[in-house]
Design a protein around this ligand. Structure first.
Ligand code: HEM
Length: 406
């Protein structure tokens, strides 16, 4: 299976854009109908063939943009008695599997080339929890914030969605190769691990809106608008570790919170109130204080009676970074595991935030939100896990080789 070249990808993008502009459908379909006069009759290659490189300075699946439509976050626990040699063998094997799967090949010794053949931008990202550091005899190297987050007053955490020694984050635009990748990775890990939890998430389908459109969450909000721009220096500074031990430079930290969203009471709340919760409009994501989606909310604006337009406890007012160290990249996924037998929804967000240091980013921001945030009327944090995301690796190396070799 060959990897698509950039010119082919660019052409696919252009053709896709042209087709969308005249009302949807592919360029090939338009040409077949005979009404795509100015569109070349070239079939766009399937998005399934698109790949993301595994090897690099950073691990994939974090600044991979746009976020793929599907994700599985899966936490493994190391079996008792697992030590350094076993952890090294595991990380070597899983890194090799990930490199193969992401380039449309089955793992070594697997004989089913059809399932991984169309990875649809499959990415595999590894995260290390405190138990992995302990198994290496390097417990002191695990950052304190990864070992334990402070307890926030609004937390209602369930151990079944919390913690974990080794995170597998697997993303793809297609749930079929994603399922295959998760299954094969877990299969190769299960001699020395057990599965602690699995959480599946989704975003709007690839192609449902033009590339780069901010996804909608299950409240119907555009979610991710104020993120640092893809490829920007702000994103690099927010996400990647620059100062720290050499095994961590180029890495990051992931805070994954399972946040239940009370969709029944949200449904019944008026639209004006819903928009006041974030101070952004539901249709466009633009601030209620005016401007376009990517403009900032003006928390000082007053109406004709001199009353503030934006509540001081609006989500974005409370969440906005107050210094550069608070910045993070939010790359969340919706989940829907319901309905319960009584018909109530069991849905929400797998809130995934990447930052160079969760102690200076997630912790102070979440402390403010737990203290006061209109959105707390409808959201409850029910799961929590924090992982060190080691830097990426070069071909022939494995993720974590800096830590194990250091
Ligand atoms: C289910 C839970 C949540 C929902 C539905 C939600 C939704 C939103 C929405 C709709 C926005 C405005 C658009 C945007 O910039 O993305 C926003 C902004 C933001 N949220 Fe959340 N959010 C949730 C939880 C959190 C949590 C737990 C944090 C961090 C601890 C957080 C941090 C932020 C930040 C930093 C912004 C951007 C603020 C700005 O600079 O304007 N959110 N969120």
């Amino acid at each position: 299976m060959s990897v698509q070249g950039p010119s082919l990808r660019r052409r696919a993008l252009l053709l896709g854009g042209a087709a969308a502009a005249v009302g949807g459908g592919t360029a090939a379909a338009l040409a077949a109908r005979g009404d795509g006069a100015d569109v070349a009759p070239v079939a766009a290659p399937p998005v399934g063939a698109e790949t993301v490189p595994f090897h690099g300075v950073h691990q994939p699946g974090i600044d991979t943009h746009p976020a793929q439509a599907h994700a599985v976050f899966l936490a493994l626990d190391l079996l008792p008695g697992t030590g350094r040699p076993e952890v090294e063998r595991l990380l070597r094997l899983l890194s090799d599997d990930a490199a193969r799967l992401m380039s449309a090949r089955p793992p070594l010794a697997a004989e089913d080339p059809e399932l991984p053949a169309l990875p649809s931008r499959l990415t595999v990202t590894f995260g290390f929890g405190p138990g992995l550091f302990d198994a290496l005899g390097r417990g002191g190297d695990c950052p304190a914030v990864v070992r334990e987050l402070p307890a926030f007053p609004t937390d209602r955490l369930d151990p079944r969605w919390s913690g974990g020694d080794l995170l597998l984050q697997v993303c793809s635009d297609d749930p079929v190769p994603l399922s295959y990748a998760v299954r094969r990775l877990v299969r190769d890990a299960r001699s020395i691990t057990s599965v602690r939890w699995t959480q599946r998430g989704f975003n709007p389908a690839r192609g449902s809106e033009p590339v780069g459109t901010t996804p909608r969450n299950l409240f119907g909000q555009r979610d991710g608008t104020a993120n640092p721009a893809p490829g920007s220096p702000e994103l690099s500074e927010a996400v990647w570790v620059r100062d720290g031990p050499s095994w961590l430079v180029g890495g990051s930290m992931l805070v994954l919170r399972r946040i239940r969203m009370d969709l029944d009471t949200w449904d019944d709340f008026g639209r004006v109130g819903k928009e006041m919760a974030t101070a952004r409009r539901l249709d466009t994501g633009a601030p209620v204080t005016g401007g376009g989606e990517f403009d900032e909310v003006d928390p000082r604006m007053v109406d004709e009676r001199g009353m503030p337009v934006v509540a001081a406890s609006a989500h974005v007012v409370r969440a906005k970074a107050r210094n550069p160290a608070e910045r993070m990249l939010r790359r969340g996924y919706s989940y829907d595991d319901g309905p319960a037998p009584d018909g109530t929804p069991d849905a929400g967000q797998l809130f995934a935030a990447y930052q160079a240091d969760a102690a200076t980013a997630f912790v102070p921001v979440q402390a403010r939100l737990a203290e006061s945030d209109v959105m707390n009327l409808w959201i409850t944090h029910v799961g929590s896990a924090v992982f060190v995301i080691p830097p990426g690796c070069a071909a022939g190396e494995f993720v974590g080789n800096g830590l194990l070799g250091a």
